[in-house]
Design a protein around this ligand. Structure first.
Ligand code: GTP
Length: 345
């Protein structure tokens, strides 16, 4: 399945929230004509008039393709409703205010349809996101070391498996290091993903020093001439100081073999956590030199708008998005496709 259609199909929870929200806002026009008497068939009485489905009743009463979309004049009330809806959809207050102000500029009093409003919103969102949409940069350096950080359960293991599989498909050789040595289940899961991707996974005894594993993995990746080394890490935010020291030690050790490593530090974020993802970026930026983001689980949430807030607030590159649990459910982030899918176009 082409990724855009997959994105549109998987982003439904977020897009129906925003799309239906916009339909409601336009449909709630205060100046709309009064409802017809009860015994008369209502000409267009659907709360979500777009798209119009010409069903049996619609055909009987001449409803259908020719139905005009409702329109509403852009005024302060409508903008306030729009702002509230965007905050509810996890864009965050600052971003919601900015987006709304930009939509309003030069358009006050103009009567807009829901589709027009969606187009305007999609254009604003795509504009915010255009500068952060950047695939993971690949360097000629061998091995390119990619450190993967994020809280437990964010989707680090899955993302490493998906990325490794894509790199392999692109002809790159990859080594994975299972750096969360305290959690046997995490290591096992990474081994499963390694098998699926056809990539070796280096493991260490439970509870052993992740930095020592990182060193061994560097040695192996160098000896094998691997293009990429992906290092998974623990995500125990409960003990922040320990985690910070653990990450710092991994970095110190790999820098003994390559002073420029890690070449990328990917922060994996779970979209279902909504606004909490913003706090996670702030926290992990203090723990590690985060160079880019991957957002997972956009398929399972109505909170996909948080990606817009992240882009607006931090400007960190968004390398990829996850829209499912299968190995090919990760793709480069395309701002226009994302924006259109998010608003339900
Ligand atoms: N629906 C959906 N589920 C995902 C996606 N990415 C990861 N998951 C699921 O999220 C759960 C956690 O993913 P992991 O990759 O294990 O997360 P982790 O950060 O490695 O977590 P730990 O192993 O607990 O440290 C798993 O059940 C994954 O299948 C995604 O894009 N969409």
């Amino acid at each position: 399945m082409a990724f855009f259609s997959k994105l549109r199909e998987r982003l439904t929870r977020s897009s129906s929230k925003i799309g239906a929200g916009l339909d409601d806002i336009v449909g709630e026009a205060p100046e709309a004509p009064p409802a017809p008497p009860a015994e008369m068939p209502a000409p267009v009485a659907t709360p979500h008039p777009q798209p119009v489905q010409p069903g049996l009743v619609g055909r009987l009463f001449g409803r259908g393709e020719k139905t005009e979309e409702p329109r509403r004049a852009l005024d302060d009330d409508m903008l306030e409703e729009l702002e509230d809806m965007l905050v509810q959809a996890d864009l965050g207050v600052d971003t919601a205010l900015r987006v709304t102000a930009n939509i309003a500029e030069g358009r006050m009093g103009r009567r807009v349809s829901s589709t027009e409003l969606k187009e305007l919103l999609a254009a604003e969102i795509a504009r915010i996101m255009a500068s952060v949409a950047r695939p993971l940069p690949l360097y000629p350096k061998k091995p390119q070391v990619v450190l993967v950080v994020g809280v437990n359960g964010a989707g680090k293991t899955t993302t490493i498996g998906k990325l490794a599989s894509q790199f392999r498909a692109a002809g790159k050789s990859v080594v994975i290091a299972a750096g969360d040595t305290f959690r046997a289940a995490a290591v096992e899961q990474l081994q499963v993903w390694g098998q699926r991707a056809g990539v070796p996974v280096m493991v260490a005894p439970q509870g052993s020093d992740p930095a020592s594993l990182a060193w061994d993995a560097m040695v192996r990746a160098e000896a094998e001439g691997a293009d990429l080394l992906m290092i998974d890490t623990a995500g125990r935010l409960q003990n922040r100081q320990d985690l910070m020291e653990e990450l710092a030690k991994i970095v110190r050790v790999i820098r003994k073999r390559d002073p420029e490593a890690p070449h990328n530090t990917l922060l994996v974020l779970d979209a279902t956590t909504g606004q909490n993802a913003l706090n996670q970026v702030e926290t992990f930026r203090k723990l590690a030199d985060v160079s880019g983001l991957v957002m997972t689980k956009l398929d399972g949430t109505a909170r996909g708008g948080v990606l817009v807030a992240l882009a607006d607030k931090f400007g960190l590159p968004i390398h990829a998005i996850g829209v499912g649990e299968q190995i090919d459910d990760l793709d480069a982030f395309e701002p226009e496709d994302f924006a259109r899918a998010l608003v339900g176009l």
